[in-house]
Design a protein around this ligand. Structure first.
Ligand code: PEP
Length: 255
């Protein structure tokens, strides 16, 4: 049985005061819900604050992105050891906003995935097709390429470490992210089944072990019908993770 995982992605939102209110509310709302795992991926400047508030709770915190290098002349970048210094145990890799707005590619994403593993963080690999790719019937080809570029970049030791760290995949159709309209549970299930089968081609054990999250306009009204699908192991939540009641309700539904 895979344990459900709910990850909040705050994107570029929040400030010290609003974060404090939100994090404290989440801690309180989830303190007796111990049948699922929870993570909040907050903007890098607030990871220190997240650590202060979330330490010794049942909620982990993580980065929204990580650079493939440990140090160097890379203005604005965040190195893997900086995230682990701040207690991050998870990191998003290849979010569609990073790919589309910051021109990250399957190559840079694969390098960041490897760097996250080397640093001992659980990578959450975001994959998904754009609307144009959906309309062109390219969903499976796009996902396969995104998965393969990362899996083929890992040597046997790195793959074993990725398994130990329980690497996570997040299917986020780009057309559903921030769109206020989620993909249907049936469609999500069929895509997740494809993703699991595709991972099995690389490693059958990984396919049964990895958690595949769905992301794209998940809220407290649709989360329940998504989470009951057999290959949906939780959610990656953007907008709804900024409202305490919504995020808590979604996390509770994962229990
Ligand atoms: C996301 O940012 O990963 C996301 C899924 O956003 P939203 O829930 O707002 O669609």
């Amino acid at each position: 049985m895979r344990r459900k995982l709910v990850v909040g992605n705050w994107k570029m939102n929040g400030n010290i005061k609003s974060n404090r209110t939100l994090l404290n509310a989440i801690v309180q709302g989830l303190q007796t819900y111990n049948n699922a795992d929870y993570v909040v991926c907050v903007p890098a400047p607030y990871l220190f604050q997240a650590r202060l508030i979330l330490k010794n709770t049942n909620i982990a915190w993580g980065g929204q992105n990580v650079n493939q290098f440990e140090h160097g002349a890379l203005t604005g970048a965040v190195a893997p050891h900086m995230l682990t210094d701040l207690g991050c145990t998870f990191v998003l890799i290849g979010h569609s906003e990073r790919r589309l707005l910051f021109h990250e590619t399957n190559t840079t994403t694969s390098a960041s995935f490897g760097a996250a593993i080397s640093a001992g963080m659980t990578p959450i690999l975001c994959i998904g097709e754009t609307l144009a790719e959906l309309k062109a019937g390219q969903t499976e080809a796009v996902l396969a390429k995104q998965i393969d570029s990362v899996m083929l970049n890992l040597n046997a030791n790195e793959f074993a470490k990725a398994m130990q760290l329980n690497m996570v995949f997040a299917y986020e159709p780009v057309w559903a992210v921030g769109a206020k309209k989620s993909a249907t549970p049936e469609r999500v299930q069929s895509v997740h089944k494809f993703i699991r089968q595709h991972i099995a081609q690389h490693n059958p054990e990984a396919a049964t072990q990895v958690r595949i999250l769905y992301g794209g306009s998940v809220n407290s009204k649709n989360a329940g019908s998504l989470f009951v699908m057999p290959d949906v192991d939780g959610g990656l939540i953007g907008g709804a993770s900024l409202t305490a009641d919504e995020f808590i309700a979604i996390c509770q539904l994962a229990n």
